[in-house]
Design a binder for this molecule. Sequence first.
Ligand SMILES: [Fe+2]
Length: 247
Amino acid sequence: MLKIAFLTDHHVSLHTKNPFGIDTENRFLQLLEVIQQKKYDGIILGGDLCYLEGDAETYDWYLNHLASLDIPFNIISGNHDNSELLVKTFKDYSVNEDKELFYTKTWHDVPMIFLDTAKGFMGEKQYIWLENQIRQQDAKNIFIFMHHPPIPCGSKLMDSRYAFLQSEKFVSLCQRFPDMVFNIFAGHYHIERTVFHKNIICHITPSSYVNIDPEKEEFTLHPCQDNSYRELIWEGPDFSTNIVCIP
Ligand SMILES: [Fe+2]
């Protein structure tokens, strides 16, 4: 069995005290405490580690806390991150010539693909690399982690103003592999939602900062502001995923 915790959009604000009344550092640390107690095999941070823009001090803050756990972790960049700065703190990673951070990892025989959508799109080199990675996979289910959902997901605010800019291109890449199912794990929308589109299943995980009402065209806080993360469980041929709320 493999159990991974996927957490996202912490927007840790070391220099802005409690935006929207939320202690962003404490909310992230609460998640880590539960994850440690529940003994996950790994942690994936889904991006938007920083409050508004990438910040070296904030990345160092994360490294200090993550390194103190006995759990391996992986990170992807969000639109409030700076991949180039991030890899200066997390030295196992590197960016390509387009300053994008993407890579693969096989965890207990489960191949996973990690993408960089920090700019709201992916460079051509990343697309070529992604297609090559998919061609090398022999499983039906492909597991991809990316900050932006690659398809519209029904949030009036996010779909109209902050959506991934290359949705058609991404979908057409997935459609070139009609026998595969693309299981995408994303954040960015600050809601919980699962969307099926062609051979894509997109699981969006809520933020540990604020969650956004998907019914409103202007930024409006969601009535539910629970602190939560997603767990992903592979057990033999089966896979399951769900949100875990922190009391
Ligand atoms: Fe975010």
